[in-house]
Every structure is written in C-alpha cells, then in structure tokens.
Write a protein that binds this ligand. Structure first.
Ligand code: GLP
Length: 263
C-alpha cells in the first residue's frame, strides 16, 4: 500500500491525473475504472488539460464506471452519466462505444443486467486501473457498510447517511434516489491496480479506518487491505487521523529510489 499525502485538493487532483496519464501512456488500450464525486473533479480537469495539450490520447481506452443511481435518466443533472459527460467524456477523445456506465433506468431484471455488466468487464479483459473515491461512512462505489466483501455488481439500497450526504445536490422536495447499481467489492478487488482519492475533514475517519482499522464490512474500503497494489492519495485533512504518517512518508521515499515504476 502506498499513501501519498498532498497539501491541497488541487495537488491531489494533479497527482491522480499524473498516475492515470502514465497508465494510459504505458498502455494506450487501458481498461480504466472511473468514479464520480466532487473529489474527482480536479483529476478530470487535469486529464482534460493534458489531452487538450496534445499529450494524452484516449482513443483506445475503455472505461467502466463504478456506479449509478437507480431511477435517474442520463439527462438528469445529478446522474453519474451526466457528471461523467460534463466533467470528462465530452472533453476527451474517448470512443463512445468504449464507455460503460451502469444503466440507472432499468426497471426489473436487475440481477441479469448486473451480471451483463460484470461480463462486459470480463470480456474487455478486466480493469487495469480503478479509480475510487470514498464515502463518509467508508463506502467505495456504493458498497454501503455491511456489504459483502465478496459482492459483485448489484442493486444496492443506499444508507440514510449517504442519502443525507446527497440531499444538497437535489432540488427542494425532489425525490432522492434510495438505490443504486454498483460494482461490488469483489469486482473492485479484481482490478489490477487501485487508486483511492480522499479530501477534506469529513473523510478523515473513513480513511483512518480503511487503512489502519480491521478489515470489516462495516467500512467497506478496508477491504482494499487485501489488494496487492493500492495507492491512496489524500490531502492533509483527510489524512489527519492516520497514526503512521511518518512510516508512509518513508515508504514513499524508498519507493521513489528502489521501485519508481510503482509511483
Ligand atoms: C458517492 C459515490 C462514491 C464516491 C462518493 C464520494 O457516494 N458513489 O463512489 O466516492 O460519492 O463523493 P465526494 O467525492 O463528493 O465526497
């Protein structure tokens, strides 16, 4: 596990974009797992900048998004489809055929739809690099506390905490989605490399529990402890409750000297 501590949200976004850009340059047909949320905005902004400068070609990249709200059409301003097109897809040269986001408009046949999403990931050859955010309650994707650590893509009921966190994005009186389609923890753990971004004080407990707490379905991000290649990029506030900061700093220094390709 690598932990990169950054002093601001902006630096965090640049560092994440650098890692994704390097992965795309090393493998132009990268299978890239993507996430939504405000923490991702800096990374997408910087990836778009690199693309516009002519430094980054997405024409052969295949993307799979982690999740989508159930009941929101792609045109809804709060759908993850909308977020992805507005902040990233519309500004780079991804082939639209290579973009996959769970469909939030399906009505029934959920298990079948979700296994077809898993099949699409398998048929593409698996995900090379999966980007993740983290919820205040330690969720990744929409794998809420108590999600099976072996879970696959499925329909998931959102926790009250997550619904409350999202309320501010919806109009007064508007019905807030109570369910989502999300990749499972088992799906996420199969990606070759994981990159988790967190910023701000509201994520500090989730980050400390995920990295230094026990592996538990109560904090689904703690399952990343089972993965052989995870990089956390956090800002000072999100990393504030980590007890072993000094050790992570030394690990990073030695990694830069001994195995710089991991960075
Ligand atoms: C939602 C998404 C998660 C994301 C989280 C954090 O819950 N399903 O994938 O990690 O939001 O969002 P933010 O970055 O806005 O805090």
């Amino acid at each position: 596990m690598l932990l990169v501590l950054k002093s601001s949200e902006e630096e965090l976004g640049c560092e994440a974009a650098r890692i994704v850009a390097n992965a795309v340059r090393a493998n132009p047909a990268l299978r890239l797992g993507l996430a939504t949320g405000s923490t991702m905005l800096g990374m997408y902004k910087d990836l778009v900048r690199l693309h516009k400068q002519g430094n980054l070609d997405f024409s052969r990249v295949i993307t799979f998004n982690l999740d989508e709200y159930l009941g929101l059409a792609p045109s809804h301003a709060q759908s993850f489809h909308h977020f992805m097109y507005q902040n990233f897809f519309s500004h780079v040269n991804l082939n639209p055929r290579n973009i996959r986001i769970p469909d939030g408009t399906i009505k029934g046949g959920y298990a079948q739809y979700c296994s077809s999403y898993e099949e699409a990931i398998r048929n593409a050859g698996g995900i090379d690099l999966q980007v993740l955010g983290i919820g205040r309650n330690g969720h990744i994707g929409f794998n809420e506390p108590t999600s099976s650590l072996g879970s696959r893509t499925r329909l998931k009921v959102l926790s009250k905490e997550t619904i409350e966190d999202n309320r501010r994005f919806f109009a007064l009186g508007e019905k807030i989605p109570e369910c989502a389609i999300t990749m499972g923890i088992g799906t996420i753990l199969e990606a070759k490399r994981l990159l988790l971004l967190a910023s701000g004080p509201s994520k500090a407990a989730a980050i400390a529990n995920a990295i230094e707490g026990p592996i538990s379905a109560a904090v689904t991000a703690s399952a990343l402890q089972l993965h052989p290649d995870v990089t956390f990029i956090v800002d000072r506030e999100a990393g504030a409750l980590l007890k072993q900061q000094e050790y992570y700093r030394r690990v990073l220094e030695m990694t830069a000297i001994l195995t710089p390709e991991r960075l």
